[in-house]
Design a protein around this ligand. Sequence first.
Ligand SMILES: Nc1ncnc2c1ncn2[C@@H]1O[C@H](COP(=O)(O)OP(=O)(O)OP(=O)(O)O)[C@@H](O)[C@H]1O
Ligand SMILES: [Mg+2]
Length: 792
Amino acid sequence: MIPIKPKNVIWSDEQWQAIHEHGKNILVSAGAGSGKTAVLTERIIEILKKGVSIDRLIVLTFTKAAASEMKERVRSELQKIVSTHPELTNNLTYLDQANIQTFDSFALEIVKKYHYFLDVSREINIGDKVLLDLKRKEIINDVFNDFYESENKAFYDFINTFTIKNDNLLQQYLFQICLGLDLLIDKDKYLESYIANYYNEVVYNDRLTEYLDLIKFTVERIRKHLRRIDNIITDEVLVNYSERLKDSLADLLASRTYRGFRESVDIKLPQIPRNGDIEEKELVRRERVKISDLLKELKSMLSYASEDEIINELKSTKDHASVIIKIVKEVESRFWDYKKKINLFDFLDIAKLAITLFETNNELRDYYQSHIYEILIDEYQDTNDIQEALISKISNNNVYMVGDIKQSIYRFRNANPEIFKNKYLDFKASNKDVAIDLVKNFRSRKEVLDNINLVFNKVMSLELGGVDYDDNHSLKFGNLAYLKNIAPQDYNFDILTYESDESDLTSVEKEAFIVARDIKKKIDEKYQVFDKKLGTLRDAHFGDFTILASGKKNFETYKKVFEYFNLPLVIHKEEDFIRSNEIYVIKNILRAIHSLNDLQYYKDNFKDAILSLLRSFLVEASDKDISLIFLGDIKEGLNLRFPKIYSSLINISRKVENLTLSEILGEIYKEFDIYYKVVKLGDVEDKENKLNYFLAKFSEFDNLNFTLLDAINYLEEIINSKDLDIDIGMKSEIAKDAINMMTIHMSKGLEFPVCYYVDLSVRFVYKELNDRILFDKEYGIIIPVFREGLKD
Ligand SMILES: Nc1ncnc2c1ncn2[C@@H]1O[C@H](COP(=O)(O)OP(=O)(O)OP(=O)(O)O)[C@@H](O)[C@H]1O
Ligand SMILES: [Mg+2]
C-alpha cells in the first residue's frame, strides 16, 4: 500500500507514487529535470527507514560523478534524521562501501568477490584500453602472418580482393569487427553459426526486399519534389513545364518492381523554359537539380542487371566472410588467453564473466535474488544488452528503473534504448509491473524550458531521436520557487555570437574569451542565482558555472584562456592528465635511448627524437643551437653543446639491458632531473602525481614482460588516440568553488545554475560512412562487393 501523502511534502502525486510503490518492477519515465534521480534517492532513504540495511541495495548510476553525488545526497539526508532514527547509524557508517556505483564497477566487484567460481584470479582487473587495443592489434598482425604462411587459398583470395598496397587497412577493419563483436553476449556461439545464419535464402530475400524499399523510398523523394513544384508555381509557362516534367518521370513513378524501375530510370529531364516568372523559375530550377541528383542515385542503385544478380553478389561474399570469421576466432582466442595471463580484461568481458557466474551457479543466483531487496538504476535508457542480461539474472521482480528515452544518445556506445521503450510499453499494459510518468520539470526556469521545447519540437521526430516531441514529451514548468524569488535580471537563453575577422585568434579561442568574460561579468555584477538549498536568491560564485562541450579536444584552450583571466577552472578530463608535455618528453628520451642500442631504429628515430627533446621544456634549446647540432654529426654536436644530456642518454642506454622498465624510467627521472624541472612548471601535486602515474604504469609493463619498444609504442598510442577512455582512478567530484568544464556525456543528470554550451561550430561525425567493412548487430559483417581493392 502506498501511504497517504502528507500535506507538507514537496513531492507531486506521481513522484509520491514513484517513491512508495513497491512489490513489483517499476519503470519511471520522464523528461530531464523531472525529479527522477531525486525520487530514486528519496526512495533509498525510505527503504532504509523501513529497516532494510544498505548492503541489500544495488544502485547503479551512469557516471562516477553521478554516483558520488548520490552518495552525498543520501549521506546528508541520513545525517538529518539519524538523531531521531538511531537505527540508521550503521547505514551511514557503511555508506562508502555501499553498492552505489557505476554498472562497470559493480560488475567488477562481483567478479572479484566470486573469482574462484570463474577460474580467474582475485586480482582480476580492468586493463587499460590502450594497452589491450595495442595487444589485440599485434595479435591480428600475428594471425595474418600465420595465415600467409599457411598458404590458405581462401585467405589469399580475400587478401587479393581487398588490398592493393598492404594489408594495414584490412587489419584495421578486422580490429573494428572485433570491437563490434565484443558487444554480443555470446560471441562464440554467434561466430559458430554466423555463416548458417547470414547466408541462406530467407536472409537473401529480406535484403532484397529492403533494397527494393530503399529504391521505392528514393522514388518517393522525387515525387515529393514534384509536389513541391506544384505548390510553388502559378505562372502558366511553368505549370506546363511541370506537366512535361511529370510525364518524363511517369513510368518511373508508376513502377513497382526492380525490373520496372530499372527499365524506366533512363530519363532525360526536359529543359526549363526560357521565359516565365524569374523567381518561380529559380525555385523550379532548384527542385529540378534535386530530382536530377536523385535520379543519379537511383541509377547507381539500379546498376545490377537483375534481382538474381543482386542475390549472387550477396552470395559471393560468403567465402570472404568465412575467412573473416576464421581470423576473428583465432584472434579472439589468443587475445583471451593473453588477457587471462595478465589478468586484465575490458569492461564488457567483466560484465560477461558476471553473467556466466550467475548462469552457472544457481545457489549464488538464488542468494542474490532473495538477499537483494531492490536494484535501482538511474539513466536506464542507456542500458546495453549485456547489462540488461546481468540485471535479469539477479533480479526478482524488484528492479526500479528511471530514465528518459529522449536522452538516449549512446547508441554508438552500445546503449540500446529499445530495452527502455519496450519495457515502458509492456509495463503500461501489464497489471503486474508498473510504469509511472512524471510530468513536471523542477530543475529549470520557465525561460529555459520554453526555449528547449521550441528547439526540440523542431528537430525531434520518431525517425530522429525516437520520439515525437509532442505535448506528452515537452517539458512542463513546475518549480514555483523560481517565481517567488524575483531577480532584476533576465533569465532567457543568451546566444553569444562573434564575427569572423582577421585577428589571430581561432574560433575556439574566441569562444573561450567570450565565455570567460561573461562569467567574470556575471560575478562582478553579482548575477543572482537561485540556491535550492537555501531557498533564496544569492550572488553567483564560480561553482555555479559550468561549461559543456560535445568533445574534449578544446579543453586545453579553455585552460589557458581561463588562466589568463585568472578564473579557477576545473577540467573533467582524465586523459588530460596523461596526455601532457611530460609524456612527449618521456617518449622521446626512450626513443633516443633505444636508438643508441639498435642501429636500424637509430636511422629512423634518433634525429627526430633528439630534435623534439631539444625543443621541449626540458631543454628549451635555441634555434641556433639546434641548427648547429643538426648541421654535422648529431651525437658529436649534442656532446659539444649539451654534454650533460648526451652523457645521460649514453649512461642509461648502457644500463638498459640490466634494468626493468620502471627502473629505466626512474633513471631517466634522476639523470634528467625531471621531478625538479617538471615541478618548476607549477601545480606541484598534479605534476608529481603524473610522474608517479607513469612509474606505476611502467611497473605494470614489467609484469607484462614489455620491452622498451612496447613501452614506446604504448606512449605513442596514447598520444595518437583521439577518444581515450583511460580510467586512472581519479575521483570525479564536481568542484564547488571553481568553474567546471566537462563533456555533455559527463554532465548527464547533474545540474548547475548557469551553463555554457560551447563548440557549436563543430560538425557531425559521419565516420562510419567511410568505413568499407563494418560490423552491425543486425546485418552482421558488412562486406563490400568490389574488385578494385581497398585504397590505403
Ligand atoms: N517536487 C519537487 N519540488 C521541487 N523541486 C524538485 C521536486 N522534485 C525534484 N526537484 C528538484 O528538481 C531538480 C531536478 O531533479 P533531478 O535531478 O532528480 O531530475 P532528473 O529527472 O533526474 O533529471 P535528468 O533527466 O537530467 O537526470 C533537482 O534539483 C531536484 O531537487
Ligand atoms: Mg537524473
